[in-house]
Design a protein around this ligand. Structure first.
Ligand code: GTR
Length: 418
């Protein structure tokens, strides 16, 4: 058996990862990208790397060493010094900072049905109205809670797909938000549509919540659209925490792809989320940027100039200069629960880089739970791995959020929440 990963601590405190290009055999140790798929995708996009052996050696910043070179030795030091420092780095260089503009917030239940889902659930549709600068916007939150479990743990989905995917009437049922299945398992399901908070296009930040709160001229670290969606998820928790049907100690934030990036950032910023689930969130989400595998910072900043703060562009083709990488974003979730999911055909989103982020967040998790361990290779397809407060699966097939993924999320929640 070949080892594909060596980890060594240098005197500088930098965590060094050196990849050996020899591949692991598929079934012996874990998942690897299908060579046929790699060939096919590489033919279509010559400018994108999908070959594992072309991933160059890289050095990850050490989550346990402060910018001034001090070693973090325990959870107290982590929470006091390094966690706030890393959070600031992500605000400054990646997602941007929420402006301090004052705003009003109010909640109105516009529809309530205590006999939803064949009498098994209560549906509430709540308008969350945000007011500022003489303008207002409404986040339409839908919430189903099981009638047999009160208060119920709840999954909040940041919906980045079309609004039919979160149909509160349940005339349209989508695997993207499988309410019926969750209710049967004793979980509540909440969702909001990301565009209620901020439209997903480059509009010079004139619309959505930016149009209300960005009263000062924008700066290189002003928030982008992903941070706006994450903020919207927090406004939903402001409401959920007031609802007697909801167990406010057990609220998860879930997102897929761009919604997954926002979910991860929401989880980092808002400690009221006790479980954070980025599904196939790839570049700017769960995947280590320094691998430059699939989508890269330069590509994402070009295609989606509104997602991140301007400072993030400094790292276009310059990933090694970033003071953070995504393992540090995951570390911000500790000691809370974190579940990372990937899909085998989604090489654009770098499944392996997503798993490695989780793996390299463990030194921080171990400050809280010393026994947590993970293998240093991606688990086999459709196998959930759980260690303490973290979990991972890679599902076979396309880039999507499916019932299979949700079932794994609920299996994980069963363990960490119950
Ligand atoms: C892609 C984008 C990814 C991912 C995806 C999605 O086009 O490059 O980063 O966010 O969209 O949201 O489905």
């Amino acid at each position: 058996m070949k080892r594909n990963l060596f980890i060594s601590f240098f005197a500088s405190g930098l965590l060094t990862i050196i990849f050996n290009p020899v591949s692991l055999s598929q079934n012996l140790q874990g998942w690897e990208a299908s060579p046929e798929l790699v060939e096919k995708l590489s033919k279509d996009r010559k400018d994108v790397n999908y070959y594992e052996d072309k991933v160059l050696a890289y050095i990850l910043p050490d989550p346990l060493e402060t910018l001034s070179g001090e070693r973090i030795r325990n959870k107290r030091e982590w929470l006091k010094y390094r966690r706030p420092e890393i959070l600031e780095l992500f605000k400054t260089y990646v997602y941007g900072r929420v402006p301090r503009t004052p705003y009003s917030i109010s909640f109105e239940t516009v529809n309530e049905n205590k006999a939803a889902i064949d009498g098994n659930a209560t549906l509430k549709q709540v308008d969350i109205t945000i007011g500022a600068s003489g303008k207002s916007l409404v986040i339409h939150l839908s919430l189903f809670t099981p009638n047999t479990v009160k208060p119920a743990p709840v999954f909040l989905l940041i919906c980045n797909r079309s609004i039919e995917n979160i149909d509160p009437t349940r005339n349209i049922k989508s695997e993207f938000w499988p309410v019926e299945e969750a209710i049967m398992r004793g979980y509540g399901m909440a969702a909001f549509y990301n565009a209620d908070v901020d439209p997903d296009n480059y509009d010079e930040f004139k619309n959505g919540i930016h149009g209300l709160l960005d009263v000062e001229p924008r700066k290189p670290d002003s928030w982008g659209t992903l941070a706006a969606w994450a903020w919207g998820a927090s406004k939903c928790v402001d409401y959920l925490a007031t609802d007697k049907n909801v167990d406010k100690k057990r609220i998860a934030v879930v997102g897929h792809s761009r919604g997954g990036k926002a979910a991860l950032w929401a989880g980092a910023c808002d400690e009221r989320f006790s479980l954070v689930i980025p599904n196939e969130s790839g570049c700017g989400g769960s995947a280590l940027a320094r691998r430059r595998y699939g989508e890269t910072i330069e590509k994402i900043n070009t295609s989606f100039p509104h997602w991140f703060c301007l400072n993030y562009r400094m790292f276009n083709n310059n990933e090694d200069k970033m003071p953070v990488d995504m393992h540090m974003l995951m570390a911000l979730i500790a000691p809370r629960a974190l579940y990372v999911a990937a899909a085998s055909d989604d090489l654009w989103g770098d499944p392996k880089g997503s798993y490695l982020s989780l793996y390299h967040s463990l030194p921080v998790y171990r400050l809280f739970y010393p026994d947590m361990t993970l293998e240093n290779f991606v688990p086999p397809l459709n196998n959930q791995v759980i260690s303490g407060k973290v979990g991972f699966h890679i599902r076979d097939g396309e880039h999507n959020l499916k019932l299979t993924d949700w079932n794994f999320f609920m299996d994980f929640a069963d363990k960490v929440w119950k």
